[in-house]
Write a protein that binds this ligand. Structure first.
Ligand code: PBG
Length: 320
């Protein structure tokens, strides 16, 4: 026998030497929720909703841990929701205040990203505005996303991240940011975003009003080619970073996109991926740290340059 792959596994030092995938803190992004009041999120033990006053401290801690960025989700009070989601682009909307607080706290030392989508702000919980028949209107929604993106750029976002899966959303956001004088603000496109059951805990985190589902705009989990198609369209429209979401159950799509993309590729380890490991670990059914490290390593191995994960702070601490 000449080939003995086990030679390269004989000691921890040997394995460390030949390890292919080495996640770094600088490629991790912390998703963070900001509301009018702080609080725990029952379905995501260990994740909190912060106030605008607190979020600057979170951003500073992320910077100090060497993270790549912070990803902000504004959570308005129910009383501030309406059918159009107008708080999404109001100058004093919760997300805009959160962005400004982070920018004030860390300046340009941490990449501040914000969610461009209406679902947290609409009374019906859909990611866009509805027509008379209740269908989500594509082009009208894109106009509102553009207004929201500009409001976030004015507040100080370095990168806006459209997650609503409307056709053509990247092109119109790019155009309107440029017109408004924000050509330097980047776009992280949620390119391949699947209609996933693994967003369940997130919907609690943002107090979602949604009834029904998002299957007319988010992708069918059964479709692989379509993920690549969506990413290529976003690249053609000017995306600076393309993303696949969720991460763990879509590593094939992630690998496809990574192979084809000439821009950095991100993956979002979503709330359900987080909560499943936390729940199993809490029962002693799984080794928590090993499972988290393995999951993040697998996402990087599949081709992610950037990983959005609720464990970003803890993983960075372990890596440091
Ligand atoms: C929509 C949005 C969702 C997530 C991020 N942005 C939820 C959805 O599409 O219903 C999910 C994130 C997660 O589950 O961690 N703006």
């Amino acid at each position: 026998m000449i080939e003995r792959p086990r030679r390269l596994r004989t000691s921890a030092a040997m394995r460390r030497l030949v390890r292919e995938t080495r996640p770094r803190p600088s490629q991790l992004v912390l998703p963070a929720f900001v509301g009018e009041r702080d609080g725990d999120i029952a379905a995501m033990p260990g994740v909190r909703r912060h106030t605008v006053r607190q979020i600057g401290e979170v951003a500073r801690a992320a910077r100090d841990a060497g993270l790549g960025g912070i990803r902000l989700f504004g959570v308005p009070d129910d009383a501030d929701k309406d059918p159009e989601g107008s708080q999404a682009w109001a100058a004093e909307g919760i997300t805009q205040r959160a962005i400004a607080a982070c920018r004030e706290a860390v300046g340009d030392d941490l990449v501040i990203m914000s969610d461009v989508c209406l679902d947290e702000f609409t009374t019906h919980g859909h990611c866009g505005v509805l027509g008379e028949d209740g269908a989500v209107l594509n082009d009208e929604t894109c106009q509102l996303y553009a207004a929201q993106a500009v409001a976030q750029a004015i507040a100080g976002a370095h990168v806006v991240a459209p997650s609503g899966m409307m056709d053509g959303q990247i092109a119109i956001i790019r155009e309107r940011l440029d017109e408004a004088g924000y050509a330097h603000v980047g776009i992280l496109a949620y390119s391949a975003k699947y209609a996933s059951a693994f967003y369940g805990p997130f919907r609690e985190a943002v107090g979602s009003s949604l009834r029904g589902d998002r299957r007319t705009y988010q992708q069918d989990p059964a479709n692989r080619r379509e993920g690549l198609r969506e990413a290529l369209l976003d690249l053609a429209e000017g995306a600076d970073i393309v993303m696949v979401k969720p991460a763990s159950h879509y590593l094939d799509v992630l690998a496809d996109v990574a192979a084809a993309s000439q821009v950095p590729v991100a993956a979002y380890q979503v709330s359900g991926e987080y909560s499943m490991i936390e729940a199993a670990a809490a029962r002693g059914w799984i080794d928590r740290r090993a499972a988290i490290e393995e999951s993040v390593t697998s996402i990087v191995r599949a081709g992610a340059d950037v990983v959005l994960t609720y464990w970003a702070m803890e993983v960075a601490k372990w890596l440091n």
